[in-house]
Design a protein around this ligand. Structure first.
Ligand code: HEC
Length: 308
């Protein structure tokens, strides 16, 4: 009892503070103490403080107890037992003092081994009832009313997260720039790119990319550099002065430029009705993994002979 009471006090304190943080701090699906880098040190700090206080109280109490007379000790123990925690503890344990064991001893005797008829400790019984209630609620929720099991819950959350990401991208259309843009392959992006191209670019580049005022986009040759990053830059910043390709960044947001760039890159390798002659150089992506050529020539190794 001497050690257990402070232990339970600290445990209850920990549970309550933990629950309070959960309640106060909005941390989404995560635990508040995981989500917020401030909460964890505060929580552990408070816990250490509580343990520290318990130790001080315990030390002071035992000092006081030791300094008391026989009569004083009895009174002290009575006070302890009458305190809130003392009563709670006694109630949850419902055990008999050794002096009272005579009242609950069963009247059989096996070679001197006797049996006590103790009540089940109420803390255990309450736990048992709680598990029954939990079981009933669980059964009803998952097996009667078809609640989502963890795997389904996970899939739903992932699907929702994907929707949220799309939403976020829509509301923040300028997340990409020439250095971060990547080739888009989603059907929806390419479709959006096509709409933009047909509306704004086809006049000069033709609907099939064959070229007119502007260069042919179906050949591997690029005047201003191929690859998603260069094409993105060309479209957003425009071509060389006086050639007719304007900067589109005032008219299209970064996301739209990425879409139309990705659509434009899809032209390469297709055949157009009236292709314009290729201009510029064949583009080789410097970032692409180099094709290693097997070196079959014998290597001549020159060996330097040290002169003595
Ligand atoms: C007024 C005609 C015109 C329009 C409209 C136009 N372009 Fe161009 N585009 C050109 C010309 C001319 C060039 C060549 C620029 C140069 O040589 O510097 C060019 C170059 C390009 C290039 C670089 C080609 C290369 O070989 O490096 C890309 C990519 C391109 N345009 C895409 C687009 C897109 C996408 C649109 C619509 C948003 C568009 N263009 C609208 C005339 C146009």
């Amino acid at each position: 009892m001497k050690l257990l009471t402070p232990f339970f006090r600290v445990l209850i304190f920990a549970i309550i503070t933990f629950a309070l943080f959960e309640y106060i701090v909005d941390s989404g699906d995560q635990l508040a103490i995981q989500e917020n880098s401030l909460i964890a040190p505060i929580f552990w700090g408070l816990l250490v403080l509580a343990i520290f206080i318990e130790i001080i109280i315990g030390t002071v109490k035992s000092r006081v107890y030791n300094s008391l007379s026989e009569e004083g000790r009895e009174k002290y123990e009575q006070l302890e037992a009458d305190s809130y925690f003392g009563k709670l503890y006694a109630k949850l344990l419902d055990s008999r003092a050794i002096e009272e064991e005579g009242e609950i001893i069963l009247d059989h005797d096996y070679d001197g081994i006797k049996e006590l008829d103790n009540n089940l400790p109420p803390w255990w019984v309450y736990l048992f009832y709680a598990s029954i209630i939990f079981g009933v609620v669980y059964l009803a929720r998952y097996h009667v009313f078809d609640g989502d099991f963890i795997a389904v819950e996970y899939e739903k959350e992932v699907a929702q997260a994907k929707i949220d990401i799309e939403e976020y991208k829509k509301n923040n259309p300028n997340l990409v720039d020439a250095s971060t843009v990547v080739l888009l392959t989603e059907e929806s992006d390419l479709k959006a790119g096509r709409v933009i191209f047909d509306e704004k670019c086809a006049v000069c580049h033709k609907t099939d990319g064959g070229g007119g005022i502007g260069p042919n986009l179906t050949d591997p040759n690029w005047i201003l550099g191929g690859g998603i990053k260069n094409v993105f830059t060309t479209i957003s910043e425009g071509g060389r002065d006086g050639k007719g390709m304007i900067s589109w960044k005032a008219e299209l947001n970064a996301n739209e430029i990425a879409q139309v760039s990705s659509y434009v890159l899809g032209f390469e390798g297709t055949t157009s009705a009236a292709p314009k002659a290729a201009e510029g150089d064949v583009w080789v992506d410097p970032d692409a993994a180099p094709i290693e050529e097997e070196d079959t020539s014998e290597k001549e190794v020159e060996v330097e002979v040290p002169t003595t």
